[in-house]
Design a protein around this ligand. Structure first.
Ligand code: PRP
Ligand code: URA
Length: 203
């Protein structure tokens, strides 16, 4: 998303000098813009509303919305989405990337039944190798979800290619497609370890 407001906030959240309080606020602010964009294509139904003056043709959202943050860093994007769509339900996928193998390890899953037939937003600030995102999408689909969108703050060509290869039906909304992964599989230039920067834990 190339909008100047998003890019301005992205510049600040990337900065190594930005502390965890401001990092969290910016994650929420950027997520709101990304979510607004991602909501553009959700199903709506035509309705008629009686105003004090007459009948107005109107549209309402016609799908259940389910937000699925990937624990832990995805939680940093939850408030932003819920401010926009407060009636959304929330599911969770617990995954961490094993630092030695770089493979995602699943430790928790809990979904509302509305993932079947509804629209699911998988949120995680980082899609690096794409392994965690693909694992979350696999889990959601195994549990019946078939309409899923991914929202992240930063990704890179390798991660996008992996997600697209495994789940070509899933659109990815992001504020930045960075250059590459380094030897530790961190996004370059990226913003570092999103979970640690959000929650103030040392890396
Ligand atoms: C980070 C990030 C993603 C994952 C991305 O989480 O939030 O979930 O790594 O990497 P990948 O695309 O190569 O799978 P991490 O595993 O560090 O766990 P955390 O959120 O608990 O900090
Ligand atoms: N996880 C992060 O938090 N940052 C990266 O750059 C890669 C994986």
């Amino acid at each position: 998303m190339d909008h100047p407001c998003v890019q301005h906030k992205l510049a600040i959240i990337r900065d190594v000098e930005t502390g965890h309080k401001r990092f969290r606020e910016l994650a929420t602010e950027i997520t709101k813009f990304l979510c607004y964009e991602a909501l553009q294509n959700i199903p709506t139904k035509d309705i008629t509303v009686t105003t004090p003056v007459g009948e107005a043709k109107a549209r309402k959202i016609a799908t259940d919305l389910v937000v699925v943050p990937i624990l832990r860093a995805g939680v940093g994007m939850l408030d932003g989405i819920l401010e926009l769509v407060p009636t959304a339900r929330v599911g969770f996928v617990g995954l961490f990337r094993d630092e030695a193998t770089k493979q995602p390890m699943t430790y928790y899953e809990r979904f509302p039944p509305q993932i079947k037939g509804g629209t699911c937003f998988v949120v995680d600030p980082m899609v690096a190798t794409g392994g965690s995102t693909v694992a979350a999408l696999d889990l959601l689909k195994t549990n019946g979800a078939d309409n899923i969108v991914v929202i992240c703050i930063v990704t890179c060509p390798e991660g996008l290619a992996r997600v697209n290869e495994a789940h070509p039906d899933v659109a990815v909304y992001t504020a930045a497609i960075d250059e590459r992964l380094d030897e530790r599989k961190y996004i370059v230039p990226g913003l570092g370890d999103a979970g640690d920067r959000l929650f103030g834990t040392p890396h």
